[in-house]
Write a protein of this length. Structure first.
Length: 299
């Protein structure tokens, strides 16, 4: 009966937004106090996290550039389709255009091919032995093999060719780059969580008596947890902020490489790297703090 009465009373108590702001302010003050209590260790933690995040950012940004180079090189790869002599080139072109992943088809009549060949080489006056040719561009190098097999099934196709070895190497490079980026993210996450875990543990030890008193007084668990979680997020944010400075030099270097090879740089690559870096560092910092609190305080 008493429990029901308490519940009903709580429902009718209006929420005081000013009181909520006071609580948030108090939690913010406690977070700042915990950071100050950590002292010189803060510099070590933030510097270490900045180094880890810089390595992650450099790998991620380089991976985006390598992918851009691979895509540009892959888009230059074409499937050369040689048609039978009795084939209508327009019909063959429209049939191939219906296949998935086909981006562009360039038709070269045999008369044009023969004229070019005769201009480049001294040839005897003989009938044109060359076939009509279609150059097929694919949207992604990874889809070359599937498009090749689809075109192969067309009856009007005499023969086909494309740089298969080069396409496989491009696909391998993309796969390696994605794997390395994933491994770096996992390592970064583990190192960040470990560093934050050890730091928060020190703060917990220094405030152990105070926390025990708060728990005995019936203070809400989240009121105890929140400053620690915010402290972990703070380390992640500051580490990312410092890491952005060396990343600007890496960005400028990669842009110069793109200009030298006349390959367009990925759009908003640097903004994407910074956004991901800040998001992941704050998230890992908060999660590391939360796990540490759960482990050592059981709240």
């Amino acid at each position: 009966m008493n429990n029901n009465l308490k519940t009903n009373v709580k429902k009718h108590i209006p929420k005081d937004w000013l009181c909520e702001l006071r609580i948030l302010f108090r939690l913010g003050v406690q977070t700042v106090s915990d950071i100050k209590r950590t002292g010189f260790v803060n510099i070590v933690i933030i510097t270490t996290m900045a180094a880890i995040l810089m390595i992650f950012g450099a790998c991620f940004r380089t991976a985006l550039s390598i992918s851009s180079f691979s895509k540009e090189l892959g888009s230059a790869l074409e499937i050369s389709v040689y048609l039978k002599s009795s084939t209508d080139m327009r019909e063959a072109k429209s049939e191939i255009a219906r296949f998935e992943h086909v981006e562009e088809i360039t038709a070269i009549p045999k008369s044009v091919s023969w004229s070019r060949l005769r201009n480049e080489m001294r040839l005897p006056n003989i009938d044109n032995p060359l076939p009509d040719t279609l150059h097929v561009k694919v949207d992604n190098p990874e889809n070359l093999e599937s498009v090749f097999e689809n075109i192969k099934s067309i009856k009007s196709v005499e023969d086909m060719s494309y740089a298969k070895d080069l396409a496989k190497k491009i696909e391998l490079v993309n796969h390696v780059v994605k794997t390395i980026t994933l491994v770096v993210i996992i390592i970064m996450g583990l190192l960040t969580v470990t560093i934050i875990n050890n730091t928060i543990q020190l703060v917990i030890q220094s405030r152990k008596e105070e926390i025990e008193i708060m728990r005995l007084m019936g203070v809400n668990n989240w009121y105890i947890r929140f400053p620690f979680i915010m402290q972990g997020a703070f380390y992640g944010f500051m580490g990312s902020l410092i890491a952005t400075f060396p990343l600007n030099y890496i960005q400028n270097g990669l842009l110069n490489i793109h200009k030298f090879f006349m390959v367009p740089s990925p759009l908003y690559a640097q903004n994407l790297v910074i956004l991901v870096m800040f998001t992941m560092s704050i998230l890992f910092g908060s999660v590391g703090s939360y796990w540490c609190i759960k482990k050592h305080l059981q709240v």
